[in-house]
Structure formats: C-alpha cells, structure tokens
Design a binder for this molecule. Structure first.
Ligand code: COA
Length: 299
C-alpha cells in the first residue's frame, strides 16, 4: 500500500506573502473641512474615523459618522508617509481641494457586465487573495485562461460584474454561480465578491452587490448563498449589511497558512418561493440590465 498522502500538501504560514502598505489620505468632514492623516491600513483607519473607536480627535468632533475619503496616495513606507502627511497638512486649502477633485475624478467607479477580455485584471485581483489571504481556500494561482472560461460560463446564466475606476483600475468584481447542479436547485446561486486591497471600505463592494442582487432578483432566482471564511469580520459585516443572514458555521472546514478555518454559511432571500416557480430567465433583456447598472452607477 502506498504511504503517499492524499490531497495537496498543506499551505503553511511560511507560504503567505507579506503585505505592507503605507498611505496618506484626506477625509472630507461633515462641515466640508479636510483632515489629513497617514496609515498602514486604509480600510481599518477609515472605519476607526467613522466609528470614533481609535479615530482622530478632529474627526470625532467634526461629524465622524459622515466622514468621506477625499484623497488617498500610496507611499513607499511609513517614513515617506509621515513626511508626505506633514506636507499635506501644510498645503493651503485650495491645493488640498485640487488634489481631492483630481482624485475624485480618477476614482469614479463604473459597474458594468464583464467580458472574457477582463479576465487578466480579474485573475490578478483574485490571485492577490490566493497568496495573501484566507478569504479563498485556494492554494494555487488561477490562470487568465481559466478566468476567460469562468466569465463566459457565468454569463450564460448569471451576472459577472466588474467595477472599474475612471483611470482604468479594476476596483472589484462580483458574480454568481449555480449553488448545486441538480435541477431542484435551479433557483439558487452562490455569490462571490472581491475588491482590490487598496479600495477596501470605500463602497465598491456595496455597489457591486447591489447590482448583482437586483439582477439576480429580476432573473427570478429565489436564494443567494455565500460562503464566508471565519475569521473575516469585514465580509461578515458586509453580508449582513447587504441583507444576508448567517444560518450555520462549519467548524475547521479548511486549512490555509498554518491554521484551521471555519466556514460561515449565509443566505439572502431574493424572491418569495412561488409554487410552482417560474423558470429562471437565463438572460435579461439588455435594456433591463442597463437600467439596473445606470441606477447603481448614478449613486
Ligand atoms: C468584503 C468586501 C467585498 C466588502 O467590500 P467593501 O467595498 O470593502 O465594503 P463597502 O465599503 O462597500 O461596505 C459596505 C458595508 O459593509 C460593511 N463593512 C464593510 N467593511 C467593513 C468593516 N471593515 N467593518 C465593519 N463593517 C464593514 C458596512 O456595513 C459597510 O457599510 P457602511 O460603509 O455604510 O458602514 C471587501 O472588503 C473585500 O473584497 N474583502 C476581501 C475579499 C473578501 O473577503 N471577499 C468576500 C469573500 S466571502
């Protein structure tokens, strides 16, 4: 009998790619003023400002819940970020406003239906999470070719949405796959969403999921399910905010980067369970898709 192990070698903590980043940013406060800061975790810092838990005194006393990111610039390291922050703080208001206006124009998001030609960008984004995170249980990198096929396959029955910034960066994508293949499951989908690590917490995920769930609803799907690794508090909070409820947790479901991870099962009802159910519309008319995307892109 062979003594060779069954399945892949475990992914160990040492396999994880280190991730470091430093940022300077401007926040627009409720009274229109601009606050300058630096951070090595933009999404976390933004939330700290908004909740007041660890945020700056200035934003706490200037309508913390309403602060909006107005400018973000990646720096080489902490020392460069500190220097740049000091320079930003000294800028006259008009120059800060000019930076903010330029950043807003470059960062404006458009959500649209993907085409197989988006595969290179999508797979680059997804592979970042394969090598840095436990959001996906995948160990090996995906290829552009796999994603060309994946996008084409998804589009036969469900949306595959991409969100691009005005200056051409892929900020995120969201799509839906059949939950199970047997015919009785034809009204159920599994949804997926990934945003680029440098735009987390800036509303991209919400835009994508709002469009995705509305399109799935119109197609006649009954349930959207999502599998969320634990811990992933951002994704837990995100799914809850977008109408999902967690109905179960599979303990120690996967092993990646040197630890066992649980899997949370989330569900979002899309349509009431009609009896008998109408067949799902595999393709929506172009005009209906455009109306949903226009609505989401106008916000
Ligand atoms: C989870 C993810 C898709 C959310 O997208 P996002 O653009 O970062 O989130 P948004 O800015 O659109 O946030 C929408 C809502 O989600 C919740 N939320 C998002 N991030 C949160 C955080 N860090 N803490 C608490 N709540 C959070 C909030 O309710 C937020 O609404 P609010 O800003 O009005 O409070 C994104 O963080 C991501 O891609 N993460 C890494 C990959 C991943 O985990 N994908 C999901 C796999 S199941």
């Amino acid at each position: 009998m062979s003594t060779a192990g069954f399945g892949p070698a475990p992914s160990l903590a040492a396999d994880r790619q280190p991730y470091t980043s430093a940022w300077v940013y401007l926040l627009r406060c409720a009274d229109g003023s601009l606050y300058a800061g630096w951070t090595n975790d933009l999404a976390h810092r933004l939330r700290a400002h908004r909740t007041g838990a660890g945020g700056a005194k200035y934003t706490k006393s200037h309508g913390k819940a309403a602060v909006q990111l107005a400018y973000a610039e990646r720096c080489a390291d902490k020392s460069a970020a500190l220097k740049r922050e000091a320079a930003l703080k000294k800028l006259p208001k008009a120059e800060k406003e000019a930076l903010a206006a330029d950043w807003a124009a470059r960062s404006r998001l458009t959500v649209r239906m993907a085409t197989p030609d988006d595969a290179a960008d999508v797979v680059t984004l997804y592979n970042w999470y394969v090598t840095h995170g436990t959001q996906t249980f995948q160990y090996e990198l995906s290829t552009e070719e796999e994603y060309r096929q994946n996008i084409a396959d998804v589009l036969e029955k469900a949306p595959f949405l991409v969100a691009y910034t005005a200056d051409g960066r892929l900020a995120g994508y969201a799509c839906a796959h059949p939950w199970h293949t047997r015919r009785a499951f034809a009204w159920d989908v599994e949804t997926t969403v990934y945003c680029a690590p440098d735009v987390l917490g800036q509303g991209t995920g919400r835009k994508l999921y709002r469009a995705l769930l509305e399109l799935l609803r119109r197609q006649g799907y009954h349930n959207a399910f999502a599998l969320v690794t634990r811990p992933n508090p951002q994704s837990d909070a995100f799914h809850k905010a977008l109408g999902f409820t967690r109905y179960g947790v599979e303990k120690n479901s996967g092993y990646k980067f040197g630890r066992w991870l649980d899997l949370g099962y989330w569900a979002c009802p899309l349509n009431p369970p009609a009896d008998p159910p109408a067949p799902v519309r595999r393709q929506l008319p172009g005009g209906e898709v455009d109306a949903v995307l226009e609505q989401v892109n106008s916000v």
